[in-house]
Ligand binder design. Structure first.
Ligand SMILES: [Zn+2]
Length: 225
């Protein structure tokens, strides 16, 4: 089960791991936490949401699944900033401090009973990533004693970096799954157009983490103890 703040985060940070586990016979629950309304320059928030939801559906399909959209508002578009966003949703920055939303995430986790939960690391400097991590972490701690087999794996921070050095204790060999990861990233056409180096950076990261362990290409995680 993977929780990405934006429609492309799961593929960029853990697409090789997701493809590998699906290949082993596991199911993937692909959760997109915010609306991802900010991702396309020049489009209205709702226009961006439509496109980015569509891209997430295409990427998730490669793993044989359908995304679950939680549609929290992003920090850049909190409720009230624009009336063109879905009504009634709260901002991701408030979600980890809100009993209703924490319970919604714990219920989602308990519904699928995942063996591994993947999400952002808690010191990611992107506000949406940080608050998504906090929400999933709090929900995970609530159900840790009920769902004892579930492990929480945090992936490295995104482009805005982190104030703390990422020290992984889990590496996944993705040598045979880099192509699958790349295919999933390519489905996010709007984001590849916006950041042409997105796919190159993913390959560079796989080599970087591979160098830190015994694999040629790897994805890295911190397993929360
Ligand atoms: Zn993101």
């Amino acid at each position: 089960m993977a929780f990405g703040a934006h429609s492309d985060d799961i593929d960029i940070r853990a697409g090789g791991t997701a493809a590998k586990y699906v290949d082993k016979g596991y199911g993937l629950v692909y959760v997109v936490v915010t609306t991802s309304a900010s991702g396309i320059n020049g489009l209205s928030p709702n226009g961006s949401i439509k496109i980015r939801h569509g891209e997430a559906r295409k990427a998730a399909k490669l793993y044989g699944t359908e995304p679950v959209f939680l549609d929290f508002h992003q920090c850049v578009y909190p409720p009230g900033k624009t009336d063109r966003l879905p009504k009634g949703n709260i901002c991701i920055s408030q979600a980890s401090d809100n009993e209703k939303t924490i319970r919604m995430v714990t219920n989602l986790i308990l519904k699928y009973k995942p063996e591994i939960i993947l999400t952002h690391c808690t010191d990611d400097l992107h506000e949406d990533h940080y608050h998504t991590s906090a929400l999933v972490y709090i929900a995970y701690k609530r159900i840790q004693k009920t769902l004892t087999s579930a492990r929480l794996w945090l992936w490295p921070s995104g482009s805005r970096g982190s104030i703390i050095e990422f020290k992984p204790n889990k590496f996944v060999d993705i040598e045979n799954y880099l192509a699958a990861k790349d295919r999933a990233i390519k489905e996010h056409k709007s984001q590849c157009a916006r950041s042409p180096r997105l796919r190159t950076i993913a390959i560079k990261n796989a080599k970087f983490w591979g160098n830190k362990c015994r694999f040629r290409l790897a994805e890295a995680f911190i397993e929360v103890k």
